[in-house]
Design a protein around this ligand. Structure first.
Ligand code: ZN
Ligand code: ZN
Length: 348
């Protein structure tokens, strides 16, 4: 089968690789039909392969079921959203909803990210992917939802959602600021989710004209900043989203006393100093950590199905499956790769 593969720093190509096979009664083989580029993907490609010499790409997808193990109640052709993280659904961490840190798998066991875990689970830009624990890792795509719309739900959409939803549940009607200094689609999805969860107001701060334009497009207030100058006010809930330590420090400065700062960034380039005295003195609640894909997929998929989250408004580029190697690293906010031979988009 063909697999979009990173073969060297900056190099992406289709390679022929062996097909995965069913191994357990709880496995499903899926054929991805729409795959969104995650914010981490360009960084992974730029860094290139580590130990294995090449790695499979893609981890945000809508896929169709091709074959199932005996204990799985899905039909061939069913459309599903696979969790991008491998998780069993039954260990103590999974039972607590912490599916990103499933005890059955080594840390960072994800599709399309072999350099992070050292284990190749395959990638969604492939003809076939093996999904274990399919009863917990697969969420059915509701009827009427366009696969291109939903492709990013397994990671970046639910990542944005979890950064605001619990905080707005605890602080109904709070004003929300998204400090977006990189990884823009997550920030835009977080802004959409804040609106859907009843924020009093939603502001998205960025230095990028394109991102500010998209903020307006999704109906939130754009705030242009270089993340150095003083902000006009503070916010009760702030999401730090991006790659710049200066952006994080600005986000800390604009969080109200006793407010919440939720950081969805990983700052992979190195340790970042934190002003703990300020955080302590002002009682700022700092949250950081990965999203739990399998645990959140049903909830977030339902919000997309009823139109409360509209990821399609953030999609800036849709390209044909065949052209993935050419476009996979192009600079656009949200890229989705779709098979032209898949079923046509359904009516919403
Ligand atoms: Zn991702
Ligand atoms: Zn588990």
């Amino acid at each position: 089968m063909r697999q979009l593969t990173c073969t060297a720093p900056g190099s992406v190509e289709w390679l022929e690789v062996p097909e995965p096979v069913l191994q357990e009664p709880t496995d499903v083989l899926v054929r991805p039909i729409a795959v969104a580029r995650c914010e981490i993907d360009p960084f992974l490609v730029l860094a290139g392969p580590t130990r294995a010499g090449a790695f499979a790409l893609g981890h945000e997808a809508v896929a169709e079921v091709v074959s199932t193990g005996d204990s799985i109640d899905l039909e061939t052709g069913d459309l599903v959203l696979p969790s991008f993280q491998l998780s069993c659904g039954t260990c103590p961490q999974c039972r607590r909803g912490n599916s990103a840190v499933c005890g059955r798998y080594p840390t960072l066991s994800d599709y399309g990210m072999e350099p992070l875990s050292g284990i190749e689970y395959g990638g969604m830009l492939s003809d076939l992917v093996r999904v274990p624990h399919a009863d917990t890792m697969l969420t059915p795509l509701p009827a009427g939802v366009d696969p291109v719309t939903a492709a990013s739900v397994p990671d970046n959409v639910l990542d944005g959602y979890r950064a605001v939803a619990p905080h707005l549940a605890a602080r109904p009607g709070a004003d929300v600021l998204i400090a977006c200094h990189g990884t823009p689609s997550i920030g835009l999805y977080a802004a959409q989710a804040a609106v859907a969860c009843g924020a009093g107001s939603v502001t998205l701060a960025s230095a990028e004209a394109t991102v500010l334009g998209l903020a307006e497009h999704i109906g939130v207030t754009p705030h242009r900043t270089d993340f150095a100058r003083r902000a006009p006010r503070r916010w009760e809930i702030v999401v730090d989203c991006g790659v710049e330590p200066d952006g994080l420090h600005w986000a800390i400065r604009v969080t109200e006393p006793e407010g919440v700062l939720h950081c969805v960034s990983s700052y992979v380039t190195g340790d970042v100093a934190l002003p703990l005295l300020r955080l302590y003195t002002l009682g700022i609640e700092l949250h950081i950590g990965r999203a739990h894909s399998a645990a959140l997929l049903p909830e977030v998929t339902a919000l997309v199905a009823d139109g409360r989250l509209r990821p399609e408004l953030v999609t800036t580029r849709v390209v044909d499956w065949e052209d993935a190697p050419t476009h996979f690293t192009e600079p656009t906010v949200k890229l989705v790769v779709v098979r032209s031979d898949s079923r046509p988009p359904l009516e919403r």
